[in-house]
Design a protein around this ligand. Structure first.
Ligand SMILES: Cc1cc2nc3c(=O)[nH]c(=O)nc-3n(C[C@H](O)[C@H](O)[C@H](O)COP(=O)(O)OP(=O)(O)OC[C@H]3O[C@@H](n4cnc5c(N)ncnc54)[C@H](O)[C@@H]3O)c2cc1C
Length: 476
């Protein structure tokens, strides 16, 4: 006789995260139901189990069943980068698009306490924030002329349209020292590694956040993260590679976007994998040879059937992951802050610096704020250079959102579809829209058969975004 199906919660209201993790882990060897296993456990027996199996024998995936919700407030956006560098977690943070920053909402690095440059740091942050605050009403006034109130639009609705557009333009001034809040949902396995990385950071603030996360994390998962510690390898490799990189000659050639490589037969792979998945007992090689032998028209027809019933919000099938592309892109820090939130790709970013110049939005120029903007940005760049001579990591705090940054990334066609749809949409910030359009253009060039199904706004390109929104992309 078949047993009744049971589907139920092991609620965190009833069991601690470590107990839930043990209850799940034990199903591997125990025939008992989960709730019976859980009822036999307590915090001490759960801790013993984790010490033996997770810590001792390395069955680390068990720790993924212990999930924590961590609230971090008043941490710098530079530190948030280190936190969000951990891909296997979920984040929501204070938005530079939907909120206006308070004038004193910036972090003064502990490293600068009593240093001769401390006063200059505070003064430069004040100038950046002051230019930001004074710029918003001016940019709003310019926007009100550019996109006037509709006859049937209430004052409140008009304000809701103008305010974010003005903040979008002025956010270029916010330095990486700006303070923000971020909510993190993460499992104990990912948290342990995250804490290791944070504790290995060259920045005092980031190490202190690592300590703080370990302290509050241990309240809920005392065993699973207790061995999280600074990792000497992570510390050593940074210094060694920085030394080696000095032997790379040539510097920066100024190219802002480059497709470095791609799977030349990516579309054939995807189409063949789709036949493999839905066909009978045919091996992949035969599916691939079949697709490779099709005429361009036949391939287009096959792709059309693959995409035919796809709705606006349907993801492409997982088989789209068989086509990989590698890019190098220069984007402003505001765009990078959004770009880094996309976890399903491999990203490598260079340290935040003032070396690649800063973007100048048209709104700043048109609203008559360019002089103040240039002065604040140039002061930040000068101070960056001075701090960099003494402590390169700390220097990044003073770099505003408008400065450019070079990012290397590998992305598959499935994630490229997702990113381009989300970030190429007309409601996305123009800086990240530009990047999404650059990726979309490259996709279209190398994967035209499937690339035509990218859903992006018509009559927009990265060139038109540059022309419509930027006075300059890289002011040096
Ligand atoms: C209009 C808009 C407003 C936004 N406002 C804010 C804001 O105010 N604050 C803020 O912090 N962020 C904001 N974001 C960023 C947003 O929350 C996402 O972090 C970002 O767009 C990355 O996209 P993604 O979550 O789809 O995931 P990606 O990391 O790009 O992953 C691709 C896909 O993989 C799947 N996936 C990846 N990881 C997980 C996971 N852990 N669990 C389940 N599925 C997963 C999902 O299907 C996801 O769509 C905003 C984004 C948009 C488009």
């Amino acid at each position: 006789m078949s047993k009744p199906r049971r589907i139920y919660l092991l609620s965190p209201k009833a069991y601690s995260p470590e107990t839930i993790a043990v209850a799940f882990a034990k199903t591997s060897r125990s025939p008992k139901p989960f709730d019976e296993i859980a009822a036999e456990l307590n915090d001490e027996s759960s801790a013993r189990f984790h010490e033996k199996w997770v810590v001792g024998y390395g069955h680390a995936s068990v720790a993924e069943h212990a999930v924590l919700h961590l609230a971090l407030e008043n941490v710098s956006r530079l530190a948030i980068e280190s936190i969000e560098g951990n891909r296997l977690a979920s984040y929501t943070e204070k938005s530079t698009r939907y909120q206006q920053w308070d004038p004193d909402a910036f972090y003064v690095p502990d490293e600068l306490a009593g240093h001769p440059l401390e006063g200059n740091f505070i003064g430069t942050c004040r100038q950046l924030f002051d230019t930001y605050q004074r710029g918003i009403p001016k940019v709003k006034a310019w926007l009100a002329e550019k996109m006037p109130q509709d006859a049937d639009e209430s004052d409140a609705a008009f304000e809701r349209r103008l305010a974010p557009a003005a903040v979008d333009i002025c956010r270029f001034l916010l330095p990486a020292a700006s303070l923000a809040n971020v909510g993190v949902t993460i499992n104990a396995r990912a948290l342990e590694y995250a804490i290791c990385k944070l504790l290995s950071s060259p920045l005092e603030e980031v190490r202190a956040i690592g300590e703080g996360l370990r302290a509050v994390g241990q309240l809920e998962t005392p065993t699973l993260i207790k061995y999280a510690a600074c990792n000497p390898y992570l510390q050593a490799v940074e210094a060694k590679m920085a030394q080696h990189s000095q032997s790379v000659s040539g510097g920066d050639d100024g190219v802002g976007f480059r497709l470095l490589g791609w799977d030349a037969d990516g579309e054939d792979r995807i189409l063949a994998a789709a036949l493999f998945r839905f066909g009978g007992a045919v091996d992949y090689q035969r599916c691939y040879q079949h697709v490779a032998g099709l005429s361009p028209e036949q391939k287009a027809a096959l792709a059309a059937d693959l995409m035919a019933e796809r709705g606006k919000y349907d993801q492409p099938l997982r088989e789209f992951e068989y086509a990989q592309m590698m890019f190098e892109a220069v984007m402003d820090q505001g765009a990078y802050f959004e770009f880094k939130r996309h976890r399903m790709m491999t990203q490598t970013v260079q340290p935040l610096s003032a070396d690649l110049g800063f973007a100048l939005p048209i709104g700043i120029t048109a609203a008559g704020c360019e002089g103040d903007y240039q002065s604040a940005m140039r002061r930040a760049a000068e101070l960056y250079d001075r701090i960099h001579e003494w402590n390169p990591a700390v220097a990044s705090y003073i770099v505003p959102n408008g400065f450019n940054r070079r990012v290397l990334f590998t992305i598959n066609l499935r994630q490229a579809f997702h990113l381009c749809r989300l970030r190429g949409a007309s409601n996305a910030h123009f800086s990240i829209q530009r990047v999404a359009q650059q990726i979309a253009e490259a996709v279209d060039q190398v994967y035209p058969v499937l690339g035509k199904y990218l859903d992006l706004p018509q009559d927009v390109s990265w060139r038109s975004i540059e022309a419509d929104y930027f006075s300059q992309i890289a002011t040096r």
